[in-house]
Design a protein around this ligand. Structure first.
Ligand SMILES: Cc1cc2nc3c(=O)[nH]c(=O)nc-3n(C[C@H](O)[C@H](O)[C@H](O)COP(=O)(O)OP(=O)(O)OC[C@H]3O[C@@H](n4cnc5c(N)ncnc54)[C@H](O)[C@@H]3O)c2cc1C
Length: 317
């Protein structure tokens, strides 16, 4: 069993769900997984709670230089532990991606980004990731230490964590040049409506809905079922709905429990953003549409008729 080190990102006391998902995935592979946390004034019992998410041990780098969440000091802090690991795994995220890239350069390791699956084979880690515009899936193995950066929402978080892990504080030596940059301040991003990546139920509008005048049919269905509206790039490009709703390669990656696709063809660039949904329902009049190949439930018919009927049926319940 290779030694797996999982970098766990956090912000204002909140552990990153992306990191926790990767930690749970690593633990599911068997063997002992070590989590790595970096920060300033970190509480041991808080770090130890990662045991509930699959860590057998937590390495804690605690130093004032790690306070600002800048990636370069974190690369310094994790370097020694990473050199001892067979693979270092990261969840999606701006800081995580920066640390993963910096670490790969520092230790001369191979890196697989946007990974959607992690497995063990031949005594090492194999990461699966989309390539060539998401048209093919590639399996990458590593010579020496491997670095794997997961795609957003690729791995679910352990929803009922229990237990703690022993915490070991590691020595931190931050290089002088890593402290040259300092955070000047923080500002919250302007709210852009609902975050579809967090929704448990999504109803997606595709070009098959005919035009922007029919988007309310999908909105009504979403409301009736307690979900949010998502969209394909075709309808976003046509200006029916804002970009924040776009799912896919150049949009968001979502993993709701239920994804109802209305008039969506299921192009590969859309599929890569929603294939991790729990149950996929496709309403499409073309029996040969690609979406039927990966939908759990296929409804062949006119979405303009079926969607309002479904809304009515849900409301009457
Ligand atoms: C580099 C690149 C990146 C891309 N990124 C993304 C991305 O992030 N997200 C994304 O979604 N796409 C993306 N695309 C575009 C993608 O290739 C598809 O063009 C797009 O997903 C198609 O959207 P659609 O399914 O809404 O439309 P269409 O492909 O036009 O499909 C409409 C579907 O509706 C069905 N239909 C028509 N009328 C009805 C009706 N009355 N009732 C029921 N069904 C009906 C049709 O049978 C058809 O299957 C990208 C493309 C490229 C090249």
């Amino acid at each position: 069993m290779p030694g797996l080190l999982v970098y766990v990102d956090h912000d204002e006391g909140e552990l990153s769900p992306q990191s926790l998902g990767v930690l749970a995935k690593a633990a599911s592979l068997g063997g002992e997984v070590t989590a790595f946390v970096a920060g300033s004034g970190v509480d041991d019992s808080w770090a130890g709670s990662l045991g509930g998410h699959g860590a057998a041990k937590v390495l804690l780098a605690d130093d004032p230089a790690l306070e600002g969440g800048l990636s370069q000091p974190i690369v310094d802090a994790i370097e020694a532990s990473a050199r001892e690991a067979d693979a270092v795994l990261f969840g999606a995220g701006v800081v995580s991606a920066d640390v993963a890239a910096g670490l790969a350069a520092r230790i001369g390791a191979g890196i697989a980004c946007e990974s959607t699956e992690i497995a063990l084979a031949d005594g090492g880690v194999v990461a699966t990731r989309p390539a060539l515009g998401d048209t093919v899936m590639v399996e990458s193995g590593f010579r020496g230490t491997g670095i794997v950066l997961a795609r957003a929402n690729a791995f679910p978080v352990n929803e009922s964590p229990s237990g703690t892990a022993p915490v070991e504080r590691v020595a931190v030596e931050v290089k002088p040049w890593s402290q040259a940059a300092r955070p000047a301040g923080r500002e919250a991003a302007e709210a852009a409506g609902v975050d579809i990546t967090e929704a448990e139920i999504l109803v997606a509008v595709g070009r098959g809905m005919g035009g922007p005048e029919n988007v309310p049919l999908v909105e009504e269905l979403a409301k009736a079922i307690g979900g949010e509206v998502a969209a394909t790039r075709a309808v976003v490009d046509a200006g029916w709905v804002p970009y924040a709703m776009q799912v896919g390669q150049t949009g968001k990656t979502v993993s709701p429990k239920l994804y109802i696709a209305c008039g969506v063809s299921g192009a590969i660039q859309h599929k890569v953003g929603m294939a991790n949904a729990g149950t996929i329902v496709a309403i499409n009049k073309d029996p040969n549409a690609p979406i039927h190949e990966f939908a759990d439930v296929s409804v062949i018919g006119d979405a303009l008729t079926i969607v309002p009927k479904l809304t009515e049926a849900l409301r009457s319940r």
